[in-house]
Design a protein around this ligand. Structure first.
Ligand code: DOR
Ligand code: ZN
Length: 346
């Protein structure tokens, strides 16, 4: 039996760090295990310009505890008034790694997102030209589309037409939650990859709704039926380099989650690597974990792999992870995989 596993230090290709006291509280949870992360720009107000991204990067680095080694990979929040030249300059300087597209109203703090893709055609053309990746929250927001169908409808009505119009644009389909998403990514032979979260590999929609409503499992895109979770697990553990880890770890304080209108987001930074070791072991694919967490992402983004390593150890007893972490803004509940995990990061 494998009881230790050493892999290249992982990266998180989709992470929410917030700002201020919340940032201080959650950043060490990621920086402990991950060398780099793609930082989501959906602050209030969002990170829209290169200058805002530079200032946010500096606040993240200032919040990093002494001795921790972590590189935030910044993104810009795309709006209908984003200036293509600002994006190009920020990308050329190495200040930003990608640009994030939120359809307006799709999720937390997405009100300034994009209503009509026609209005951002110039920016997208510029990004295609300079090779700047577009990270997409792939859900339609139309009232008449059922929340469980929003990803599948987005692929057909927005993503596929966009990619046909601009085949040179490098796209990351973020946090895919459906077999439709897996199949679509597999059907593309270039310029498309997808991130998958830890929690979507471990929960389906029953976890949210059976036996009482569980707000800490509520996120967007919402977890789907079991058949979709199983398709995600096959994709993540297959060794296919088009799939890599983006935790979408998204902290909200417990009062904001446990409310009549609870916020969307699962906070999984604390135990993600242990949970993933469990999933990959269950699938008989521990040898594919390193690809998913540490190799495929850098390859798609054209970045070097990390020099350091991370060692996971399997114990004979279940590991107790903290139920919540304390932050200056209040407690944040840690993702509960709902089963015993025997792995920990050494
Ligand atoms: O569940 C989510 N939480 N999904 C998102 O897309 C945004 C995120 C957040 O910012 O809390
Ligand atoms: Zn997110």
């Amino acid at each position: 039996m494998t009881d230790t596993l050493t892999i290249r230090r992982p990266d998180d290709w989709h992470l929410h760090l917030r700002d201020g006291e919340m940032l201080k509280g959650v950043l060490p949870e990621t920086a402990r295990d991950f060398a780099r992360a793609i930082i989501m720009p959906n602050l209030v107000p969002p990170i829209v310009t290169a200058a805002e991204a530079a200032a946010y990067r500096d606040r993240i680095l200032a919040a990093l505890p002494e001795g921790m080694d972590f590189q935030p990979l910044m993104t810009l929040y795309l709006t209908e008034s984003t200036d293509p030249q600002d994006v190009a300059a920020a990308h050329a300087d190495g200040l930003i790694t990608a640009v994030k597209l939120y359809p307006a109203g799709a999720t937390t703090n997405s009100a300034s997102g994009v209503r009509d893709l026609d209005n951002i055609q110039k920016v997208l053309e510029k990004m295609a030209e300079i090779g700047c990746p577009l990270c997409i929250h792939g859900e339609v927001t139309t009232d008449t589309v059922d929340i469980f169908d929003r990803e599948a409808v987005f692929i057909e009505t927005v993503l596929d037409p966009l990619r046909r119009r601009l085949p040179e644009l490098r796209v990351v389909s973020e946090h895919i939650t459906t077999k439709n998403g897996v199949d679509y990514v597999k059907s593309a032979n270039r310029n498309l990859a997808a991130t998958i979260t830890t929690h979507h590999l471990m929960i389906n929609r029953n976890h949210i709704l059976v036996g009482g409503i569980k707000p800490h499992y509520y996120c967007l895109p919402v977890a789907k039926r079991e058949v979709h979770r199983l398709a995600l697990r096959v994709a993540a553990t297959s060794g296919d380099s088009r799939f890599f880890l983006g935790t979408d770890s998204a902290p909200h304080t417990d009062p904001n989650k446990e409310s009549a209108c609870g916020c969307a987001g699962v906070f999984s930074a604390t135990n993600t690597m242990a949970c993933l070791a469990h999933v990959f072991e269950q699938e008989g694919a521990l040898d594919q974990l390193e690809g998913f967490t540490s190799l495929h992402g850098p390859a798609y983004y054209g970045l070097p792999v990390n020099v350091g390593t991370l060692t996971l150890k399997k114990h004979t007893h279940p590991i107790k992870f903290p139920a919540r972490i304390e932050t200056g803004e209040g407690p944040v509940t840690v993702f509960d995989p709902g089963l015993d995990i025997y792995w920990s990061v050494e």
